[in-house]
Design a protein around this ligand. Structure first.
Ligand SMILES: [Zn+2]
Length: 174
């Protein structure tokens, strides 16, 4: 198990502060003092597959850690209480000022990355997105830039997230 795994990182109960906070089963910690039971679950996230009409796929350049400067699909975490569909629309608006015309669920893939010394587990859900327009877009928020890529223009070593890499490869198989 990685040293960044929650079982190795979390030393104190987040509710009462007790150090009597121990592993309970494979993926939870329980407090002996106040009985608080903390589970680590996958966080839900979305990724958008947007094309330019010629079959090229939009990739963004990340502006934030982890993997700042590397390639990604537009998207992000689903807010608590939010639907995946709404998260796609919200993220595309926030990151690119893009309006979504239609979207279709493609499939999901798990991902794990380290953020502030802590392993974060996500379930990334991919959506095929038809935008209202691909002109007048602006890279904002947590992306630096965006570009449409033909398959032979993509350097897969620049896409660090295995889930995102698999969505991109899958897109070009069709
Ligand atoms: Zn406690």
């Amino acid at each position: 198990m990685q040293i960044t795994h929650p079982l190795n990182v979390l030393k104190f109960c987040p509710k009462c502060g007790s150090p009597e906070f121990h592993q309970s089963g494979d993926r939870s910690l329980k407090c002996d003092q106040c009985s608080f039971h903390f589970f680590f679950n996958s966080a839900a996230a979305v990724a958008a597959l947007v094309t330019d009409g010629e079959g090229k796929l939009m990739l963004t350049t990340r502006a934030v850690e982890p993997d700042s400067g590397k390639l990604d699909l537009p998207g992000g975490f689903i807010d608590p209480g939010e639907s995946a569909e709404n998260a796609v629309k919200r993220e595309l608006e926030e990151e690119l000022s893009m309006k979504v015309k239609s979207l279709e669920y493609i499939g999901s893939a798990p991902n794990e990355y380290i953020f502030s010394g802590y392993s974060v587990f996500t379930l990334d859900m991919a959506f095929r997105v038809v935008p209202e327009s691909v002109t007048g877009l602006v890279a904002m928020d947590d992306i630096l830039d965006y570009r449409f890529f033909a398959e032979d223009e993509i350097d897969y070593t620049q896409i660090p997230a295995p889930s995102i890499k698999s969505f991109v490869k899958q897109y070009f198989l069709k």
